[in-house]
Design a protein around this ligand. Structure first.
Ligand SMILES: [Zn+2]
Length: 169
């Protein structure tokens, strides 16, 4: 189970969708969210932060330690919280959720107008998307290249096209 949480970064220019796996960590565990613009002024601290393609998530490690007993890991590091989904992007990157809903809606539109093109695009959409994200340098897209599947909300898994019929324009 995961619930979507949309958060605005510190400078207010950008926002990200986050997920909190099994709702183990309260939202307050997210102490700071920095987009590539506001992250430039942050002094990076690997003990409480995770960096991903210019973005920085800062965790409140007091809350992490307080909730530690609910986690399988003995020592929950920022990398662990991020990779295992306890406070991380909903999907591969900050705006993945909104973008994939939009991309799927575009595919659904194509299905109505050009069936052949739709089938071509359908086959390659998820693969091309993941390759592009890996190239851009997103942590979870590159993890996947190493054979580790990132955890995602169910409707973002794989191509996610099975729920396409639910998309309303
Ligand atoms: Zn910002």
């Amino acid at each position: 189970m995961c619930v979507e949480h949309k958060k605005v970064c510190m400078c207010g220019r950008n926002s990200a969708s986050l997920q909190f796996r099994d709702e183990i960590m309260p939202e307050e565990v997210l102490e700071g969210l920095y987009c590539p613009v506001c992250a430039a002024a942050v002094r990076y601290d690997g003990e409480s932060m995770i960096r991903d393609n210019g973005w920085i998530i800062k965790y409140d490690m007091d809350i992490v330690r307080f909730m530690q007993h609910k986690l399988p890991a003995v020592d929950a590091t920022p990398g662990y919280l991020f990779d295992e989904g306890y406070c991380t992007w909903d999907g591969i990157y900050p705006t993945d959720r909104a973008d994939s809903i939009r991309e799927r809606a575009e595919l659904a539109e194509l299905a109505r107008t050009d069936k052949r093109k739709y089938i071509e695009r359908f086959k390659t959409w998820g693969i091309n998307r993941m390759n592009r994200l890996a190239e851009e340098g997103w942590r979870k897209a590159n993890e996947r290249e190493q054979g580790k599947e990132p955890l995602q909300c169910e409707d973002d898994a794989g191509t996610g096209l099975r729920d396409m019929s639910e998309v309303r324009l």
